[in-house]
Every structure is written in structure tokens, then in C-alpha cells.
Design a protein around this ligand. Structure first.
Ligand code: GDP
Ligand code: ZN
Length: 304
């Protein structure tokens, strides 16, 4: 047997082949058979995973073990044989949510939905408000003003003028970031501004993943010069919240979380119950009406 096991990070996966990288270089691996035994209830290896692998004489490798994950960006996909844990990104360190200030106008409902997902998965979110060149900066700040006090940083950028690109670069540097946002907001333009060709490379992968179930799933994370990785999360829009119980929804809104204990009823849904601390706070202006509407939409299942 071999004695040369090494540790590396999964950078890419496609059809059962995994590209693993470490400081010594990169190697293509397959999974050790015993890791595949038993009923599959979720992805065994995901992009971002740290794995132990052994090297074969032909230069390929075999993944022997998946090291414990920190954060996981995943979803439960319902299948005929039960829920399946689909892992988009293992060890994700932050979720970068990109919206445009205009063209297209930002859907704050969708942003709030992403923020709920970030809270649920315990991955710190960062909001990027792009295309600030198209409106006044004060106007842009006003649009996103509810978020910083809630603990969600907002970075204002323009891929067009370069405004805020340094700040964005700094946030991405040395982190494993998952990027999400509607199309047309300037995600690839921003990545290209940070690093030539990066946006193009990311786009190519997303396009291959978006085509549907009959195409091969390819997932890949891209290294940033100087450290850090970015991964695109295509189709996050469709990420349903079915693995979140409606009753726990208020817990994923930081400004509601602290209030619910003061509601008269422990099962208060914060609509029209008497002595509801949440509706009271909305009336007093302590909770943003917009965020409250998002809560209602997300909890009661209306589309944004
Ligand atoms: P993606 O779908 O999120 O990757 O968006 P793209 O990067 O493809 O950008 C969509 C369109 O918006 C393109 O026509 C870009 O030139 C334009 N765009 C991207 N960023 C900016 C920006 O900061 N300001 C302006 N004015 N246009 C931008
Ligand atoms: Zn209430």
C-alpha cells in the first residue's frame, strides 16, 4: 500500500472527478469506494472541502477521508427517497450578496430572503450595492440604510468607475466567499475589475450548471491572486426555504429575534395578535416596515 497521503482542498468537481489543490500543486482524484457505501443522504465531497488523499503511481489520486467542515452552504433537496443534502460550498466563510442600485432596481425582498438563508446557515453575509455610478451616492446609501445597523455590512461599488473596488477586493482577499445575486447586477464585471478574466471564468461554470438536470454538474472555486477563493452560487434564487420551519423565521431576522420574547403569545406570528412586540416595534419605527413586509412574505410563502 502507499504511505503518501496528503491533504488538500477540493477546487473543482465534475462527474465523480475532483480536482484537489495544495501548495505542491493539483491532482485529479476519485472517491475511495468505501466512502460511497450506504444510502446516499447527501453529497459526500463538495467544493471547498479539505480532504485526505493518497497518490497512485499513474499520477492520479484517491480521496480517503473528508475532514470536518466548518460552515456549509447547502440545501435539502426533497427526493422520492427522502431529503438529500446538496452541498454548494463547504467551509464557506462569507456570503457576498450582489445587487445593483438600479438597472435592475434592487429587490430588497430577495435580498432579505438571501439574508435569512445566510442566518440559517450561519454564514456571515456582506451586501454589495453595485452600479453606484448610475445614481447619487446618498441615494444609494439611503436605499440600503436598514442593513448596517443590523450587522450586515454594505459595500458600494461601481465596476464602471472603480468606486469601492478596493474595499470589495479587501473583503474577498484571503476568504472563501460564495457569491450570489440576480443576473445583470454586475457580478462578472466586478470580478473582472478585481482580476482580469475572473468573471468570465466564473460565468462559464455557472452557465454549465444552469442548463438543468441533464447536463453535467460542474462546480468550481476560483483562486484570487494573493489569497482567497470565490465561488458563484447559480440558481440561489430558487433556493427554497423549505428546510426552515415557519415558526423559526422570526429568529432569522436579527431585529425581530430580540423582540419575540415580549409578545404575549409564545406562538405569536406577529400579524394581528394582541400585545405583539413586533407589530408594536413596527408602529414605533424601531423595526423597518420594509423588513417587516419581507418577514411576512417569507414566512407566509409569497413570492417576492
Ligand atoms: P452579471 O449578470 O451579474 O454577471 O452582470 P454583468 O457583469 O454581466 O453586467 C451586466 C451589465 O451591467 C453589463 O452591461 C455591464 O456592463 C453593466 N455593469 C456592470 N457593472 C456596472 C456598473 O458598476 N455600472 C454600470 N453603469 N454598469 C455596470
Ligand atoms: Zn408577535
Amino acid at each position: 500500500m502507499n504511505n503518501s497521503t496528503q491533504t488538500g482542498r477540493v477546487m473543482r468537481l465534475q462527474s465523480g472527478f475532483y480536482t484537489i489543490e495544495n501548495e505542491d500543486g493539483s491532482i485529479t482524484c476519485q472517491l475511495r469506494g468505501r466512502l460511497k457505501k450506504g444510502r446516499r443522504t447527501g453529497d459526500i465531497v463538495a467544493v471547498g472541502d479539505m480532504v485526505v488523499y493518497s497518490c497512485l503511481p499513474d499520477g492520479s489520486g484517491v480521496i480517503e477521508e473528508v475532514l470536518p467542515r466548518k460552515q456549509v452552504f447547502e440545501r435539502l433537496a426533497p427526493t422520492a427517497r427522502g431529503d438529500y443534502r446538496q452541498i454548494f460550498l463547504a467551509n464557506a466563510e462569507q456570503l457576498v450578496l450582489v445587487f445593483a442600485c438600479t438597472q435592475p432596481d434592487p429587490s430588497l425582498r430577495m435580498l432579505d430572503r438571501f439574508l435569512v438563508i445566510a442566518e440559517k446557515q450561519e454564514i456571515p453575509p456582506i451586501i454589495v450595492a453595485n452600479k453606484v455610478d448610475l445614481i447619487e451616492i446618498e441615494q444609494a446609501r439611503a436605499m440600503f440604510s436598514v442593513y448596517p445597523p443590523l450587522g450586515y455590512p454594505v459595500i458600494f461599488t461601481s465596476a464602471e468607475t472603480g468606486y469601492g473596488i478596493e474595499a470589495l477586493h479587501e473583503v474577498l482577499q484571503n476568504n472563501l466567499s460564495a457569491l450570489a445575486g440576480p443576473s445583470g447586477v454586475g457580478k462578472s464585471s466586478l470580478l473582472n475589475t478585481i482580476q482580469p478574466e475572473l468573471g468570465l471564468a466564473v460565468n462559464k461554470i455557472s452557465a454549465s450548471t444552469d442548463k438543468g438536470r441533464h447536463t453535467t454538474v460542474v462546480r468550481e472555486m476560483f483562486p484570487l491572486k494573493g489569497g482567497g477563493y470565490v465561488v458563484d452560487l447559480p440558481g440561489l434564487r430558487a433556493l427554497a426555504l423549505y428546510d426552515i420551519q415557519p415558526e423559526e423565521m422570526d429568529g432569522y431576522f436579527p431585529e425581530l429575534r430580540s423582540l419575540v420574547a415580549d409578545c404575549q403569545f409564545s406562538d405569536c406570528t406577529h400579524q394581528d395578535e394582541p400585545n405583539c412586540a413586533v407589530t408594536q416595534a413596527v408602529e414605533d419605527g424601531r423595526v423597518s416596515p420594509e423588513r417587516y413586509v419581507s418577514y411576512l412574505h417569507i414566512r407566509f410563502g409569497e413570492e417576492e
